[in-house]
Design a protein around this ligand. Structure first.
Ligand code: GLC
Length: 454
């Protein structure tokens, strides 16, 4: 099939995934043809829809995005958190569905209370803010964000995210599996993906909040947190050979304010694979940082979004792309690209995933290859002017996606097998491909999710 036909096939499939509510398009289902057991793949997931939204915006179809933003805002939780098994105020749902009662349509939202293992989708409200800004940038429809409900909704999210709980760090403390990886994977505490999305959401809020007296203290809180969060992530999450050398020679158990080993990371916790794997010229942001714990795994969404949103400096962005280029077969393999590297195996898999059979080594969230991540790789390559990597990645995807019926994920050390339990015709695989193609042919579209270097 010709490349042009692939794009039009993807556009047709994306249209087929649209969900209507009172006759208006408001979202897209997670998978058009979920197969296996349907579970919740017939719902519209907030994080998945971001890709559909970017694909619609680039195709001059802003209406569905506007409707989505309005409807999801109306679903936002407002309940004071008296019953701790209910979502707290500010939370956005993981997913929603159109249901019928007495022949009347209504929206049924899931805040994690139905989801497997009952995980709260912390990333939903962050993606929602990022998408709202992208929509306004694409359409210039500022009247939408000036509406009282929108200003209040934005502030409610910020209040929830900025509230001071039991934290010594500016990063956000979250439970395991509270984002794209929505199962137990040792990604609790301060996982990179959440922190980068938090950073982007704070930067988006600064543009979205009207500058008036009522918002002044909220904007001030955002600015303060942004400064300390940015410093913390750039300073302490970064790993390259120099930094690894420092960590390797750290002293432990230092007491006091001005200590080198602030988080008490012991050199013995550096995994053996890393010392050989890290190339001379590459670097990346660690997967997590907490007391006595640095997760050295490479996580793709966090690292690539750090490039796109300018959380990573120009030089760090170059280093991340150098790493991807030099470790291409590990990180990209046959399908762009791995969700994280390396996989947890053996005893580590038992202890960290709780023996999760869906997350066995090199499958699904545990080192599987997710075609939706193509757009991030292409976006980061575009931003750092490494177009040859973008073209290479798109070609890999084009060779297989359509033939394999747009799977959700691939398995194996280099992503050669269609995922064991992967859904076919997964919407964000389709939309991610369209967004990647759009970014290449029209780099302006990347601006919708980019921020300037500060
Ligand atoms: C799985 C993924 C999650 C995604 C959902 C719908 O639960 O882990 O990230 O949003 O499927 O595609």
């Amino acid at each position: 099939m010709k490349k042009h036909d692939l794009v039009s096939e993807a556009r047709t499939l994306l249209e087929k995934s649209i969900i209507y509510y009172h006759g208006r398009p408001i979202g897209t289902v997670a998978a058009i043809n979920p197969g296996l057991s349907v579970l919740n793949y017939d719902q519209c997931f907030v994080r998945d829809f971001v890709l559909s939204a970017l694909a619609f915006l680039s195709n001059n179809q802003p209406e569905i995005v506007r409707n989505f933003l309005i409807e999801t805002l109306s679903l936002q939780s407002h309940e004071p958190n008296i019953d701790s098994f209910k979502p707290g105020p500010g939370l956005m749902p993981a997913s929603f569905k159109v249901e019928l009662q007495d022949r009347e349509e209504y929206l049924d939202a899931d805040f994690g209370e139905h989801a497997i293992a009952k995980v709260p989708p912390v990333d939903s409200c962050l993606w929602w803010l990022i998408l709202l800004r992208a929509y306004v940038k694409a359409t210039g429809d500022i009247s939408l964000i000036h509406q009282r409900e929108f200003q209040q909704g934005i502030k409610l999210i910020l209040q929830m995210c900025l509230v001071h709980r039991f934290a010594m760090y500016p990063t956000m403390l979250v439970p395991d599996g509270s984002f794209m990886i929505d199962r137990r994977m040792g990604v609790y505490e301060h996982p990179l993906e959440i922190q980068v999305l938090f950073y982007a959401a704070l930067r988006a809020s600064k543009e979205l909040l009207s500058a008036n007296e009522e918002n002044a203290s909220c904007i001030c809180g955002v600015n303060q947190r942004l400064a300390s969060l940015t410093y913390h992530l750039r300073q302490y999450y970064w790993i390259d050979l120099n930094r690894l050398n420092e960590i390797y020679r750290f002293k432990g158990d230092e007491f006091g304010k001005e200590v080198a080993n602030r988080f008490n990371i012991y050199a013995d916790s550096i995994p053996t694979w890393l010392t050989e794997w890290l190339p001379e010229t590459g670097g990346y942001l660690a997967g997590n940082l907490g007391p006595g714990r640095m997760d050295f795994r490479f996580f793709t969404v966090g690292n690539l979004m750090a490039i796109i949103t300018s959380l990573a400096s120009k030089q760090e962005s170059e280093c991340i792309m150098d790493l991807i280029e030099q470790r291409w077969s590990d990180l990209v393999g046959y399908m762009p690209m791995k969700i994280c590297f390396p996989a947890l195996e053996g005893m580590e898999w038992r202890l960290i995933t709780g023996c999760d059979p869906k997350n066995i080594a090199w499958s699904y969230h545990n080192g599987g290859n997710w075609p939706v991540l193509l757009w991030l790789l292409v976006g980061a390559a575009q931003k750092t002017n490494r177009l040859e990597l973008a073209y290479k990645a798109i070609e890999l995807a084009e060779n297989r996606l359509m033939r394999d019926e747009w799977p959700e994920y691939y398995d194996g050390k280099n992503g050669r097998l269609i995922g064991k339990e992967a859904r076919k015709f997964q919407t964000w695989t389709i939309a991610g491909y369209l967004v990647a193609k759009e970014i290449i042919s029209n780099p302006m579209y990347l601006e919708l999710v980019c921020f300037d270097f500060d």
